[in-house]
Design a protein around this ligand. Structure first.
Ligand code: AMP
Length: 280
């Protein structure tokens, strides 16, 4: 497995692959990889001749008050995992390799980014769209793999690719959970043992909402109210949002239909966790 630190190295390798007629898959990550990331990389290895995983903690998608500095890192372990799955190249640039000091171009999106995480993190999706666009330009993949865990991000990337006519297939991958239900996340490492237990309230609320819909509930308000009450029963949890939105536009809906996204963000102690389910 090759490790590349510069854009030039990646381009050179990808050009060689393309000359041989090989297809290329990209899995963008921020590192501290776990089984959620692994599931994306495995799918990429299945579906593409060559796979690039980027490990880049993108500074411009973090607001100044967020956890960029404390975000967990373990590049050695990340490389071991990538290698064991059959990833061909890990791209691990320094921020200075990605952003020139006078960098002043960005990709921004309206509407889809005004709700959910975009509401509480107003600069976040501009940073995501910009870095993903850059990674697409650097790697020129045929397919790129994203997790349903970040449902709004997946919808935003799909829209960006459509709106800007990018010739890349976006592959969504299901949420991978711990055995007790908690969605796997690099940020779970912030939780102490009491908070780790309390964090189960997210998946409990998600599974409850999912069951209500499976049982025929179509009122978004009824589902939302029940999930809010469930989360509020946990003293260590503080709701950022519980929303029922259209799965494509990310705008609130009154009736649960296909495709509806039910998404939550909850602080457990100081750690902000997200989870969701899709009705289709
Ligand atoms: P991150 O490193 O958190 O930016 O995540 C990189 C990619 O992995 C994103 O497309 C995430 O949606 C995906 N991902 C993270 N956690 C999970 C999970 N538990 N299940 C599935 N995909 C995940």
């Amino acid at each position: 497995m090759q490790i590349a630190y510069t854009v030039e190295e990646v381009r050179k390798q990808v050009k060689e692959w393309k000359k041989e007629g090989l297809t290329v898959g990209l899995v963008p990550t921020m590192g501290y990889l776990h089984e959620g990331h692994a599931s994306l990389m495995k799918k990429a290895v299945e579906q593409c001749d060559r796979v690039v995983t980027s490990v880049f903690l993108n500074p411009i998608q973090f607001a100044p008050n967020e956890d960029l500095e404390s975000y967990p890192r373990d590049f050695e372990a990340d490389c071991k995992l990538c290698d064991s799955i059959g990833v061909n190249l890990v791209f691990h640039p320094e921020p200075s390799e990605m952003y020139a000091p006078d960098f002043c171009t960005s990709v921004n999106m309206d509407i889809l980014t005004t709700t959910l995480c975009g509401k509480s993190r107003p600069t976040h999706f501009g940073g995501v769209c910009t870095v993903v666009n850059k990674l697409f330009n650097i790697v020129a993949p045929d397919r790129a793999f994203f997790g349903q865990k970040d449902a709004q991000q997946l919808a935003v990337i799909r829209r960006m690719v459509r709106d800007l006519n990018m010739d890349i297939e976006i592959v969504g991958c299901p949420i991978i959970r711990e055995e007790d239900g908690l969605a796997k996340s690099s940020r779970n490492t912030y939780l102490n043992s009491e908070e780790r237990q309390a964090a189960l309230i997210l998946s409990k609320a998600i599974f409850m909402g999912q069951q209500m819909v499976a049982d025929g509930e179509t009122s978004a308000k009824a589902v939302r109210d029940a999930m809010v009450a469930k989360i509020e029963s946990e003293p260590l949890a503080k709701i950022d949002y519980v929303e029922v939105v259209d799965g494509i536009t990310m705008q609130p809906v009154e009736t649960v239909a296909s495709p509806t996204l039910v998404a939550i963000a909850v602080y457990v102690g100081k750690t902000r966790l997200i989870d969701n389910f899709i009705v289709d």
